[in-house]
Design a protein around this ligand. Structure first.
Ligand SMILES: [Fe+2]
Ligand SMILES: [Fe+2]
Length: 360
């Protein structure tokens, strides 16, 4: 038996002992023949060394040109895996900034964070569908679609928990969020990543991504709701959505949840051409647009949770004043009452000229 650093591992080697994380979680048991996928997996979990049976380690004389090609592709996979892990964490940090208190209040068990729950879920999928591979493809095509997919997955997971869904449904909802925009990798990159306004023709091309996504997923052995979410996440209950213009009862319930998470993340995330909106501006947008485009009860419940998470936070108002959120207004969630340093209460619902500009 010999300890081999993970970057030196090659397909065909066999583990002599279980490969474990620092926390003691077994990632690969002993006597398993490594594949490229398993090696990527070890990298993903940050495992730096693995015990290998010596007689499965190729000798230097035995190196052929195909091994060298494999080595190059392996190296590429190694690098991609490192980036994958890095961007998972980066995305979570990014998301944490938007949903800071929501995450902390709902995810205070560090041993079982939303991220580790999601990673475990992806692991459990490996036997049916390699979700990591799909994520690799999305990431290689467009970094911001990849980060957005993870954010939407985590928000969907939270929403599933908030709405009291079963564990299985929460897992399915997470996958619905993770794969909802997979069809974007079929959209020409120059249109997908174009900063600024799209022409009508370009917008029509972008609008093809739900159908493209559905076609990519339809043959896979996964829950039908994941496929329907790819197809229906831009449908709206009042039939103003696309690609089919469906009415409320014809839209998958999970697709409506994904659509709320999707819009929330799209508005709060920073893009290269604009800074993300403050959560209260996003809540205001939802209120202006009307809850009837979604599931009224669910969107109201989601926005309530978002606003609740910012209670007692200090905010900057559009007139430059600062204050503390002290009272939620159920009729105007984006317009709570603010306690000012002058010891006055400011009810934003009767001051339409003012709004919350940022959380401080
Ligand atoms: Fe989409
Ligand atoms: Fe999306």
């Amino acid at each position: 038996m010999q300890n081999i650093v993970t970057t030196e591992l090659r397909p065909g080697m066999m583990t002599a002992a279980p490969a474990c994380t620092n926390a003691g979680q077994v990632i690969i048991p002993k006597y398993v023949t490594l594949t490229r996928q398993l090696i990527s997996h070890l990298q993903f979990y940050g495992i730096t060394e693995v015990s290998i049976l010596e007689d499965t380690i190729p000798t230097s004389e035995g190196v052929s040109s195909s091994d060298i090609i494999n080595y190059d592709s392996q190296l590429k996979i190694d690098i991609e895996s490192k980036h994958l892990k890095h961007s998972f964490i980066e995305s979570l940090v990014n998301l944490t900034r938007h949903l800071n208190d929501v995450i902390i209040k709902n995810d205070n068990n560090e041993d079982d964070s939303l991220l580790s729950q999601t990673l475990r879920l992806l692991d459990s999928m490996q036997e049916t569908v390699d979700v990591y591979d799909i994520l690799h493809q999305i990431r290689k095509y467009d970094e911001s679609t990849y980060a957005h997919s993870i954010n939407v997955a985590i928000i969907c997971r939270l929403m599933g928990q908030w709405f009291g869904k079963s564990k299985e449904d929460v897992d399915t909802l997470t996958l619905c969020g993770l794969l909802h925009d997979v069809g974007k990798i079929k959209i020409p990159r120059h249109i997908l990543t174009k900063p600024g306004r799209l022409t009508n023709e370009e917008y029509e091309v972008i609008k093809r991504h739900p159908l493209e996504g559905y076609n990519m997923l339809k043959e896979l052995p996964i829950d039908a709701r994941i496929k329907r979410c790819a197809l229906m996440h831009h449908e709206r209950s009042d039939s103003t959505g696309y690609p089919l213009g469906l009415m409320k009862d014809d839209i998958d319930e999970f697709a409506i949840i994904v659509s709320i998470a999707d819009v929330y993340d799209a508005m709060t995330s920073n893009r290269c051409y604009r800074i993300g909106l403050c959560p209260f501006e996003v809540v205001a947008n939802f209120e202006r647009e009307g809850f009837h485009k979604y599931n009224t009860r669910q969107v109201r419940s989601f926005l309530n949770r978002v606003v609740d998470s910012y209670m007692n936070n200090y905010v900057l108002l559009s007139n430059g004043n600062q204050g503390q959120i002290v009272w939620k207004n159920q009729e105007h969630l984006a317009r709570p009452t603010i306690y000012l340093p002058t010891r006055n209460f400011l009810d934003l619902s009767v001051h339409p000229e003012l709004y919350i500009q940022s959380i401080i």
